[in-house]
Structure formats: C-alpha cells, structure tokens
Design a protein around this ligand. Structure first.
Ligand code: NAD
Length: 301
C-alpha cells in the first residue's frame, strides 16, 4: 500500500494533491494534515469529489500526525511563503521553528518512509528535516532545483520548438537566487546546447529561470502548479522504483548541507548523486551557492 501524507494544505500542498489525483501514480491513500484542521477537512472533501471523474482511485481524508506512521512518503509543504519582494532565504527563521515541531511529530508517529520537502528556503528546511529526524540522508529529499529545471527545460523547448522532455539540462545549487545552469553539461540530441543557442542568450534564459518565482508571485501571489507536478515527478520515481535522474536537494558530505544537484531516485530514496564535470567558472559558481546555504544554516545557530 502506497500512502502519502501531506503536511501543509496551502497552495503548494494542494497543488501536489490535485496533481496526484490527476496523474498516473500508484498512490492508494492520501492524508491531509494542517495546523488549520478545518482547511484540511475542506480540502479532503473537495478532492474526494474529483474521484468519480479522476484517473486515479484513492482514499483521501484529513488526518493528524498519527496517520504518518504507515506512510510511504511524508511531504512537508507547511509554512510561510514569499511575499512580493521577499527572497526564499527571508523565510528561514519563521519556517525553521515550525519544522522542528512538525518533523518531531512525524518521527514520533513511527514514520519510517521518505521525507519529501517543499517548504522554503528549501535546502535549509531539507537539512533541518535530516537533522531533526535522524534519518539517513538517502531518505530525506528536497524538491531542490526540480522546479527550476522544469522552468529551464520549458524555456529552452519553447525557444527551439523541441519537446522539453528532450532537453537534458539542469539547474543546480541553491533553490534560490544563486542557482545556475552548468551549460558545459547541457545537451540536446547528444549535442552541447551552445550548438543550438548562443551563450549570451543562454545566460538570459538562466536569468529568466531565476526570476520566474518573483514574476509569478508579483502577478498571482504564489507559485503552485509547477511545484505540484515536480513533487509528483519525484513521488513517481520513488513509488515506481524508477532509478530516474531528477534534480533534487540532497546531502553534500563535503560541506555538510543539502544542495540541488541531479540524483538517482528509487524506492529507497536517493540512491546516488550525479557529479558533473564542471569547468572552473561553474565550480566557483557552485561553491558560491553552497556558501550561501552554509551561511544561512549558521545564521540559525
Ligand atoms: P500557504 O500559506 O498557501 O500554505 C501553507 C500552509 O501551511 C497553510 O495551510 C498553513 O495553515 C500550514 N501550516 C502553517 N504552519 C503549520 C504547522 N505548524 N503545521 C501544519 N501546517 C502548518 O503557502 P504555500 O504557497 O503553499 O507555500 C508553502 C511553502 O512552499 C512556502 O515556504 C513556499 O515558499 C514554498 N514553495 C516552495 C516551492 C519549491 O519549489 N520548493 C515552490 C513554491 C512554494
């Protein structure tokens, strides 16, 4: 039995839930948990009304932390989101406080599955989940740069009129302002991407990816659909034991933190990180991004 528990039934949590109901997934049970119990109940009622027409058949209900005990995945999407002009890093003080409480309650339920983290700042919250849970790092996955990578592939696919699924390029580093694309490792149809798009234009695309959340938040107040599907993509890789490569936030032993990079995901969580051959410029860029996450974690201590 595959059971997903979602903690935090806001825009992100419910976009994930709605996408789960509407995608080809092997989920049997979905439990919604929120500090606002009535909200979780209302969302469960509303979602249940999709089932007569939805492709998936699953049991959906509002619950509490005891329902995490036999979950396969606990996804945490609870906490403050960015106001217009706010960076993801601006959220770490508020969200680190609630994470201690949430992760402790999940672990105390007897949960022994995989944590999937969506709350910002993403890399810091994923690190805190790992620390508070005491789980092996392979079982703590942050959505990391999966959404940013989707944004990148969409923009490149749109620019070249190529299916974005055939764009093999990744955003790595912090899920935030210092993330970047190691273009030396980006290819389409086996050719380096610079054979298709000039370098200056690629830098503009990377800038657009970084700015995406700000642009969306300025217009609609939050971002939700992209992260909802990104979480489903990671969920399927876990539930179907896919051994698929997805850009997520995972543990970096050298720096003792979590940071976005491609990794192989299967039923046990993260099975292996993929290390790129980065050029000097890219290596420096990644280190800068890592240092930003490191400083943020230090600031919490
Ligand atoms: P939201 O305000 O719509 O929802 C947050 C939910 O968390 C609310 O329902 C609230 O009641 C609940 N909550 C708050 N404290 C709680 C607690 N202690 N226990 C249980 N539930 C609690 O926010 P949102 O737009 O859904 O964003 C959620 C988080 O996801 C934010 O940090 C946001 O920045 C982040 N986010 C991440 C990505 C990504 O790529 N990882 C993308 C978009 C948003």
């Amino acid at each position: 039995m595959n059971k997903i528990a979602i903690i935090g039934c806001g825009n992100v949590g419910m976009s994930y839930a709605y996408a789960l109901v509407n995608s080809k997934t092997n989920v049997d049970e979905l439990v919604l948990i929120d500090v606002n119990k009535a909200k979780a109940e209302g969302e469960a009622m509303d979602l249940n009304h999709t089932l007569p027409y939805a492709p998936n058949k699953l049991k959906i209900y509002a619950g509490d932390y005891s329902d995490c005990a036999n979950a396969t995945i606990v996804c945490i999407a609870a906490g403050a989101n960015q106001n217009p002009g706010e960076t993801r890093m601006d959220l770490i003080n508020k969200n680190s406080v609630i994470f201690k409480e949430i992760v402790t309650k999940v672990v105390n339920s007897g949960f022994n599955g995989i944590f999937l983290i969506a709350t910002n700042q993403l890399d810091v919250m994923t690190y805190l989940t790992w620390r508070y849970s005491g789980f092996d790092y392979s079982r703590v996955i942050g959505s990391g740069t999966s959404l940013d990578t989707a944004r990148l592939r969409y923009l490149i696919g749109d620019r070249l009129n190529i299916n974005p699924k055939n764009v093999h390029a990744y955003v790595i580093g912090e899920h935030g302002d210092s993330e970047f694309v190691p273009w030396s490792n980006a290819n389409i149809g086996g050719q380096n991407i610079t054979n298709f798009i000039p370098r200056e234009e690629l830098d503009d695309i990377c800038h657009e990816v970084r700015q995406s959340a700000y642009e969306i938040i300025n217009r609609k107040g939050n971002t939700s659909y992209g992260i909802g599907i990104s979480l489903v993509r990671i969920t399927n890789a876990i539930l179907d034991d896919e051994n698929s490569i997805i850009a997520i936030s995972t543990y970096d032993k050298d720096n003792d933190l979590f940071v976005g990079c491609p990794a192989i995901i299967n039923r046990n969580g993260v099975s292996k990180k993929i290390y790129f051959n980065l050029n000097e410029d890219e290596t420096n860029h990644l280190q800068k991004s890592i240092d930003i996450i490191k400083d943020a974690i230090r600031s919490l201590n």
